[in-house]
Design a protein around this ligand. Sequence first.
Ligand SMILES: [Zn+2]
Length: 121
Amino acid sequence: MLLIHCPYCEEARPELEFRHAGEAHIARPAGIAEISDEAFEAYFFIRDNTKGIVFERWRHIHGCGRFFNAARHSVSDRFVVTYRAGEPKPELSGEQVAAAAPGGKATPANAAAGVNGKAAR
Ligand SMILES: [Zn+2]
């Protein structure tokens, strides 16, 4: 089972307690009523769909109920780091990214920062 670290509860909990909530760090444009249709489309519908590290919003829906952000590798499904909503997008080291890639191993350094991979089934 996949374990996800909640930055508010400060513990790793089973994925069944969480709900994905889309891409993180999407900024609402100022004066949204006046922006062009193309700009509104880009804000409202267009997402990156990256193969690799993605920054996402998650909600601990069956726990504290709070939203937080996470960096996750979209192929391996490993979380690199989770952080509280409103905090800036973290800089990830090459080591963290490599550890999250398919075949990579979580290291003690990024495990302490909230990394989790697939635990024993
Ligand atoms: Zn929580």
